[in-house]
Write a protein that binds this ligand. Structure first.
Ligand SMILES: *Cc1c(COP(=O)(O)O)cnc(C)c1O
Length: 345
């Protein structure tokens, strides 16, 4: 199977399994797991933040971050295509009583600065209080689009003018850094908190990191405990995270090359609409318009031929490149798609 549904399907590397087996562990709720502590120090250092916290998932990382910044009834400004708004089960509202204020995402993953500013609430007895702005980099639903350090900085300046905080959903922040050729610190230096995933392109089996100030992380640690995320001898997982962070970042460039290769091939196929120039990282989203086949029927046919892709909403299909997918796999997948489309014409 050539599995292009997500970079979450990546398997731990042999080096990760070895590190997991050999990990020195302790009770992390007491702060006594040396491997977790090492991972947290490493993550904080990579992000240029004071402290970091290991969490079970990206969803938990965003939830814990937002609940640390906001109290019940507070409002958070976030993109209407953001992962937190679309795909996190409404957790910030259900569990934290935090009111989401979706602002339209532009195709490049940004929200227009004037749209953000217009959504900030003035003091009024009728209104919830705006506390936080959330950004997403790379932007999943916007086809892996990359936010620049300049844009991030502009949003942070706007936030500061209104006394707001900024949280960055950086599930794939290293993909953004690699695509721009900048140090990841440049992309997060202006935000108050950042979450990134170890379990996507970096190939760890489990886990995400939340990074921020010492004070923020110590409060986030309480919230993590509250939502049931206080884990014990979790160094067995953190060990894989250390390998992910130290060994798996630089190779993301291969995923970007393969994604571009896929996009260029797709652009040649009948009934498929995509601009390969817009594919900057490892996510490829294309429109499927075929007179005789729905996107669901197309992905079903591909599955029979050994290629997995994810139909998202409407006519869109998503493919994601990752560790374990080679340029040869991309060529094979394209040949299969050509055949399936040819058989239907
Ligand atoms: C995957 C993802 C998350 C959530 O991560 P999980 O580990 O799947 O909970 C959050 N934000 C973005 C942008 C993601 O792509």
């Amino acid at each position: 199977m050539i599995d292009l549904r997500s970079d979450t399907v990546t398997l731990p590397t042999p080096e990760m399994r070895k590190a997991m087996y050999e990990a020195e562990v302790g009770d992390d709720v007491f702060g006594e797991d040396p491997t977790v502590n090492r991972l947290q120090e490493l993550a904080a250092e990579r992000m240029g933040k004071e402290a970091a916290l290991f969490v079970a998932s990206g969803t938990m990382g965003n939830l814990v971050s937002i609940l640390t910044h906001c109290g019940r009834g507070d409002e958070v400004i976030l993109g209407d295509w953001s992962h937190t708004f679309l795909y996190e089960v409404g957790g910030i509202a259900a569990l934290g009583g935090v009111h989401p204020r979706p602002v339209r995402n532009q195709p490049d993953g940004t929200m227009a600065l004037e749209d953000i500013e217009a959504a900030i609430r003035p003091e009024n007895i009728h209104f919830p209080r705006t506390r936080l702005i959330c950004l997403e980099n790379t932007h999943n639903r916007c086809g892996g689009a990359v936010l620049t350090p300049e844009y991030t900085s502009q949003v942070a300046q706007l936030a500061r003018r209104y006394g707001l905080k900024v949280h960055l959903d950086g599930a794939r922040i290293f993909n953004a850094a690699i695509a721009l050729g900048v140090d990841v610190k440049e992309l997060v230096k202006d935000v108050d908190s950042v979450m990134f995933c170890l379990s996507k392109g970096l190939s760890a089996p489990v886990g995400s990191m939340v990074c921020g100030s010492k004070e923020f992380i110590s409060e986030a640690r309480r919230i993590r405990k509250m939502v049931g995320g206080g884990m014990r001898q979790v160094g067995v997982l953190a060990a894989a995270g250390i390998v992910a962070l130290t060994k798996m970042v630089d190779r993301l460039v291969e995923d970007h090359e393969n994604a571009r290769r896929l996009a260029e091939g797709l652009a040649e196929l009948p009934g498929i609409k995509i601009d390969p120039e817009k594919v900057k990282t490892n996510i490829v989203i294309f429109e499927f318009n075929h007179p005789k086949m729905t996107p669901q029927e197309f992905t079903e046919r591909l599955k029979e031929e050994g290629v997995l892709m994810l139909p998202i909403e409407g006519k869109r299909i998503r493919a994601v490149t990752h560790y374990g997918i080679t340029a040869e796999d991309i060529d094979k997948a394209l040949a299969i798609m050509r055949r399936v489309l040819g058989a239907m014409s």
